[in-house]
Design a protein around this ligand. Structure first.
Ligand code: NAP
Length: 436
């Protein structure tokens, strides 16, 4: 058995490929069903975010497992091998575990240490549980990944500062504004006519950052008006005009800066739509949706400047040096957590022999207890019988405690194998049909 991960991320694939792989909540069950159907896959979990799609699986054989996941990704994306495979990464066992811990800690994120990825890893656990695709190994692995993410945020400096894709998007707007004025610096958004499309988690973060960067009023459009109003009510310091998506054309006419962050499957702003407007000033569009909310062809339309999630690299790179230093602190913690999981995994090798040892001793205990009780005859009360039974169980548990702890303790595999053999021969425990 091996832990395998195959996937792609902002490091290996551009947004136009990533968006084809994205799995929406509506399709997640079908994806689990299709992966579980493969006889190579024992346990499986899916991490689908705007910047990555990763399939983690406990597989019978490493190479066959990799092929099974790649085949799934091929079918799911509708791409051909030549367009997909060069963008995929695959890791096995220790590398896969380490990768998951780094992802959860935010070390593999576009914005180093951002917090949303931890929520997405928690969502991966929930989806795995709801779709009955997790077993004992992945339950342990994913629980450890979540606690690693929490530790990185609480025990290292990487967790400080409210960094996210949304904060980077706001900084990109400030940078582009600065560059348009011939300055390579972030400019206050005070005088911008701002609109935000979408009222979900990312839009909430956009509003927070816009407010802190000088924006005092904006338009907030959403498919559901109530949700926009509810979000707006959480920002009493911002003057927010809420509306439905049919107010988008007005924004395209009058705004100077629009952020889009909806979970729509198809673009809501296209070149065709923009051609209806003759802009006197530039309208800057910043899209953090994946799949993209703004189609790629808008760059060809005069009067509009569009940026997608991949363009955030420019602003992220400016802050990366300081965060890279903080990331080093987190690496030590990540290695610790990954090693702790791998030690647990290695200790599973001893489980069959421990089970056989335990059941062998249990059989002896029951047999001897029965003999003793029958010798005691009817004078022995039920309470006394219970005490003797508890005594016999206590002795067995005490005897087993040290060998079991030693068999499961971290140690080189050769040493554990020797110990297993020794126990096997000393206690005459031949291989059972029930062993894996
Ligand atoms: P979310 O909290 O689930 O909110 C989804 C938003 O999209 C809601 O405003 C929803 O409107 C709207 N929406 C959903 N389907 C729509 C449709 N067919 N047409 C128009 N509007 C629709 O999602 P989120 O986490 O904020 O993510 C929003 C986008 O940002 C996604 O594309 C995501 O991939 C991307 N993103 C997310 C993260 C992250 O860490 N979460 C990071 C970077 C980028 P209703 O209120 O009417 O449902």
């Amino acid at each position: 058995m091996n832990i395998a991960v195959v996937g792609l991320s902002h490091r290996t694939a551009p947004v136009e490929v990533r968006e084809k792989l994205s799995i929406s909540d509506d399709n997640i069950k079908d994806s689990f069903d299709s992966l579980k159907e493969n006889e190579q896959v024992i346990e499986v979990s899916i991490l689908s975010t705007c910047n990555r799609l990763e399939i983690y699986a406990l597989v019978k054989d490493q190479e066959l497992g990799f092929s099974a996941i790649k085949e799934f990704l091929l079918n799911h994306s509708g791409l051909n091998k030549e367009d997909l495979y060069p963008h995929l990464f695959s890791f096995n066992q220790a590398e896969a575990v380490n990768h998951l811990m780094r992802v959860s800690g935010g070390l593999d994120s576009l914005v180093l240490g951002e917090g949303q990825i931890l929520s997405q890893v928690k969502k991966m656990v929930r989806l795995g549980q709801e779709n009955q695709s997790l077993g004992p190994i992945f339950n342990r692995l994913l629980t450890q990944a979540v606690s690693t993410g929490k530790r990185v945020r609480s025990e290292t400096n990487l967790g400080t500062g409210a960094v996210s894709i949304s904060s980077a998007a706001v900084e990109l707007a400030q940078l582009k504004l600065g560059q348009s004025l011939g300055k390579d610096q972030l400019i206050s958004l005070e005088s911008e006519e701002v609109a935000v499309i979408g009222a979900g988690r990312m839009s909430r973060l956009l509003l927070q950052h816009l407010h802190s960067k000088g924006c005092s009023r904006l338009t907030l459009l959403n498919r559901t008006l109530k949700r926009a109003e509810s979000l707006a009510s959480d920002f009493p310091g911002l003057e927010i005009k809420c509306g439905l998506l049919d107010g988008l054309d007005d924004c395209l006419k009058c705004s100077t800066l629009i952020f889009t962050s909806t979970a729509s499957d198809s673009p809501i702003i296209t070149a065709e739509r923009l051609r209806n407007f003759e802009r006197k000033t530039i309208l800057r569009l910043i899209d953090i949706g994946v799949p993209r909310n703004i189609s790629a062809d808008v760059s060809d339309v005069n009067g509009f400047e569009a940026h997608d999630v991949d363009d955030l690299q420019e602003v992220v790179a400016r802050n990366q040096d300081a965060r890279q230093k903080m990331a080093l602190e987190a690496e030590t913690l990540i290695n610790e957590e990954a090693n702790s999981f791998l030690e647990w995994w290695a200790s599973l090798e001893a489980v069959p022999i421990i089970n056989r040892l335990r059941s062998g001793l249990e059989a002896i205990r029951k047999e001897e207890l029965q003999k003793a009780l029958s010798r005691m005859g009817p004078d022995f009360s039920a309470r006394e019988r219970k005490v003797v039974e508890a005594l016999s169980k206590g002795i067995i548990n005490k005897i087993l405690h040290t060998p079991v702890t030693n068999l499961r303790a971290p140690q080189p595999s050769t040493q554990r194998k020797e110990a297993i053999k020794l126990v096997e021969s000393l206690f005459n425990l031949g291989v059972s049909d029930n062993d894996p």
